[in-house]
Design a protein around this ligand. Structure first.
Ligand code: NAD
Length: 264
């Protein structure tokens, strides 16, 4: 379905971004990976996922808190594949502390990586999406927000502010391109068992002197009625739906996949 398209997925060396990159590659999209840590492993996984569909994979190590890096990554993607058709703004970090204890430099980093980076990639990629399809415009921007883009939780001021912000950015981007083939939507996961959440599980296990399994149940029980983690694979399939022709008129939504968290 996505053969010939190119997807830039930020923060895709791990977790949700990697799950989305694999799902898009399976549909034939060429992928530009981004993120820190091991690159060879994720690259091989995405190549394997896209092999049957002929997807190619490139990587750029931009630090999403740095505007110059982001500009370089967009240029690199275009040099490699000619165009960016699908932009998945996924890179994100977390820090947990009460407002009065929150380190200002952590606040700035979370706003930069979880929110401002999506503004920068979007502003750089939109002109080429607007010129696509003979000037009628075609593109898909998918912002990985969070259920914390819809509701708050104590000790997550910067994260909740950034995620509410990205839901707002999603709506404005969708509206500004509403008469074109460019859509912009947000995905709002509840708990997904990635390294970002495992750190919070570890903290709970230590705080209460309980096992990893008990800490997972405690974490889920506080917020997620289904008592199940959403998986990167499920989120990948939602991203594929947003890229499909059937989703051409889905514009500016914040779609939660949260086991009922926000329904309470
Ligand atoms: P993760 O830690 O597994 O992956 C984060 C990715 O972002 C990694 O590839 C990492 O290298 C990259 N990254 C971090 N800082 C970066 C930077 N400065 N520049 C470039 N890349 C950077 O986390 P995850 O859980 O997969 O989170 C992905 C997104 O999903 C985040 O935006 C997060 O807020 C969101 N989210 C996660 C959950 C969850 O429960 N895990 C729930 C809702 C939303």
């Amino acid at each position: 379905m996505l053969k010939g398209k190119t997807a830039l997925v930020t923060g895709s060396t791990s977790g949700i971004g990697l799950g989305i990159a694999k799902a898009l590659a399976r549909q034939g999209a060429n992928i530009v990976l981004n993120g820190f840590g091991d690159v060879d492993g994720p690259r091989a996984e995405v190549l394997a996922a896209g092999q049957a569909a002929g997807a190619q994979v490139a990587y750029h190590g931009a630090d999403m808190s740095r505007v110059a890096d982001i500009e370089d990554m967009v240029q690199y993607s275009v040099r490699n594949f000619g165009q960016i058709d699908i932009l998945v703004n996924n890179a994100g970090i977390q820090h947990v502390a009460r407002v009065e204890d929150f380190p200002p430099e952590r606040w700035d980093a979370i706003i930069a990586i979880n929110l401002s980076s999506a503004f920068h990639t979007s502003r750089l990629v939109l002109p080429m999406m607007q010129a696509a399809d003979g000037g009628k415009g075609w593109g898909r921007i998918i912002n990985v927000a969070s259920v914390h883009g819809l509701v708050g939780s104590a000790q997550k001021s910067a994260y909740v502010a950034a995620k509410h912000g990205i839901v707002g950015l999603t709506k404005v981007t969708a509206l500004e391109n509403a008469t074109s083939g460019i859509t912009c939507n947000a995905i709002c996961p509840g708990w997904v068992l990635t390294p970002l959440v495992q750190k919070q599980v570890d903290a709970k296990a230590e705080q209460h002197g309980i096992s990893n399994e008990e800490a997972k149940k405690l974490l889920l029980g506080e917020k997620e009625p289904s008592m199940q983690f959403t998986t990167p694979e499920e989120l990948g399939e939602l991203a594929v739906f947003f890229c499909s022709p059937a989703a051409a008129n889905v514009r500016g939504v914040a779609w939660n996949m949260d086991g009922g968290w926000a329904a309470q």
